[in-house]
Design a protein around this ligand. Structure first.
Ligand code: ADP
Length: 483
């Protein structure tokens, strides 16, 4: 790892609790998914250490919330600047532990930092309301107050931005946070802690803990001192965490799975649609909750689309994310490869046609060829489940109502893509799709100004945007009577 870094002190392996680097009971190896090599070891904390961190974060919260919004904003801005100054190192750490391409990793560092910049500005604009009084001689108004210690449990597909999108909002309003990164990608989180320390964010305000995931999550969820839980990950784990948090009635934000439809409208240029679908499918090797999952194409254009998609897919280079020629890196683990293979096998068994892209057999065991599945039917896993792998399912539709219905035929409701020109068709999709986010004629839809989040079993709450602070704050109403 050190050979790739300009500043070797950004490679941290210990946990970061209350401003100290802390050893655990045991060490957990972290692997490079491209090579299988051990990159380093993280400290696994025990339950006592987790609880101590919660107590310290609670104490730090009271000091942090008492700082002026200006002070918090300045420290966040400093953190942002340090992250951008160290973009090269953070991106390399990310490629090593996550596998994505260096280009994507650099993009993610900038994307992650943009949330800190945004919320540093928002920190100064957290307003309350005043209401005309229905009570004689009284003044009625609200304050917005930080909720307290927030637990942030994050996934491995975006090891930097999923932390900053939550932490920046929480810190801006005056919460302290305890981050539990995914065990696959702790080094990006720990480098963020190193930079938070250098920025001068006080001890106990930004903490990073590691250890057995169910144990750590249980401690965080069951603690009465943790007032908010923000999770990004699978719907399965989200349900577990909600259940565990019910006992302490925690404010919970959940960014869970997606099964995004990609609807090609009848008047869309097929080459352009295929290019966009490729981009919406294969970023982060398909391990993205926004990845296009069901590509829906008018029946009379289906063959042309499949031909165009297959030709573009064939140009994609699978390999180590550090190589400039790579378009698609490895999957995160052997388990992820097994899951991808199971989706393909299931489709073949149920009568689908499968086309595979190029894959150099000398690559490690975590690599998976981009794959196109046609003749998809609703009973197949590729249709029903969040694929989370470089496997694309294309489905022909006869009319737009049918396409929208297929798009909605899932427990998920995160995002959708619509490509075409007719404004009436676009509007029908916009209103008909049961999702939190619709992107029309653009693959890129996320960023700091937009409310990111889903409906149905894709989650609760919104991140980023002016709404992001809501998840970490409470409205306090007051009535000044007898005036
Ligand atoms: P994946 O299975 O694709 O890794 P998860 O939703 O399981 O996605 O992972 C997201 C986060 O949830 C990670 O931080 C992981 O450590 C955590 N996690 C995984 N399993 C559990 C569990 N049983 N209880 C609590 N947290 C968990």
């Amino acid at each position: 790892v050190l050979a790739y870094l300009d500043d070797q002190r950004l490679f941290r392996q210990l946990a970061y609790c209350n401003g100290k680097w802390v050893n655990g009971d045991s060490d957990t190896p972290v692997l490079n998914p491209a090579t299988g090599e051990v990159l380093g070891y993280t400290a696994s904390l025990n339950a006592t250490q987790i609880n101590q961190t919660i107590d310290d974060a609670e104490a730090a919260f009271h000091l942090w919330r008492a700082e002026s919004a200006e002070t918090r904003a300045k420290l966040l801005m400093k953190w942002h600047d340090l992250i951008m100054e160290n973009q090269h190192d953070l991106a390399h750490l990310m490629v090593l532990e996550q596998g994505k391409t260096l280009r994507d990793a650099e993009g993610e560092v900038e994307y992650g930092a943009s949330f800190i910049h945004w919320f540093a500005e928002e920190a100064k604009r957290v307003y309350g309301d005043t209401m005309p009084s229905h009570i004689p001689n009284a003044h009625l108004a609200t304050l917005r107050e930080p909720i307290g210690v927030a637990a942030l449990i994050t996934p491995w597909n975006f090891p930097n931005a999923m932390i900053t999108r939550k932490a920046a909002a929480a810190l801006a309003i005056g919460c302290s946070v305890i981050v539990k990164p995914a065990e696959e990608t702790p080094f990006s989180a720990l480098a963020l802690a190193e930079l938070a320390e250098r920025a001068g964010i006080p001890a106990g305000v930004f903490n990073v803990v590691m250890g057995d995931a169910p144990m750590v999550s249980t401690q965080l969820c069951q603690s009465d001192n943790v007032k908010a839980l923000s999770f990004t990950g699978s719907t399965r784990v989200g349900r577990l965490l909600l259940e565990q948090s019910a006992q302490t009635v925690k404010k919970s934000a959940m960014e869970l799975g997606g099964n995004a439809p990609f609807i090609v409208l009848p008047d869309m240029d097929i080459q352009q649609a295929a290019r966009a679908a490729i981009d919406a499918k294969f970023q982060t090797s398909g391990q993205d909750c926004l990845a296009a999952n069901k590509i829906l194409v008018p029946r009379d254009k289906h063959q042309a689309f499949v031909d165009a998609f297959a030709a573009l897919m064939d140009e994609l280079e699978v390999g180590n994310g550090l190589l400039p020629s790579t378009d698609i890196g490895p999957l995160i683990s052997a388990r992820a490869v097994d899951k991808a293979q199971a989706i393909v096998d299931d489709a073949i068994a149920k009568g689908a046609t499968v086309m595979g892209g190029k894959l150099n057999p000398n690559l490690g065991e975590n690599f998976f060829a981009p794959t196109l599945i046609t003749k998809v039917t609703p009973d197949m896993l590729v249709y029903q489940e969040e694929n989370f792998c470089p496997v694309a399912g294309v489905i022909a539709y006869d009319n737009l109502d049918e396409a929208i219905a297929m798009g909605n035929d899932t427990e998920y409701g995160l995002s959708a893509y619509v490509y075409g020109n007719d404004i009436r068709d676009i509007w029908r999709c916009l209103r008909g799709l049961e999702v939190g986010m619709v992107s029309v004629n653009s693959v890129k839809m996320t960023g700091h100004p937009i409310p990111f989040g889903g409906v149905k079993q894709s989650g609760l709450g919104r991140e980023g945007s002016r709404y992001g602070i809501d998840e970490f704050s409470e409205i306090k109403y007051y009535c000044l009577g007898g005036l």
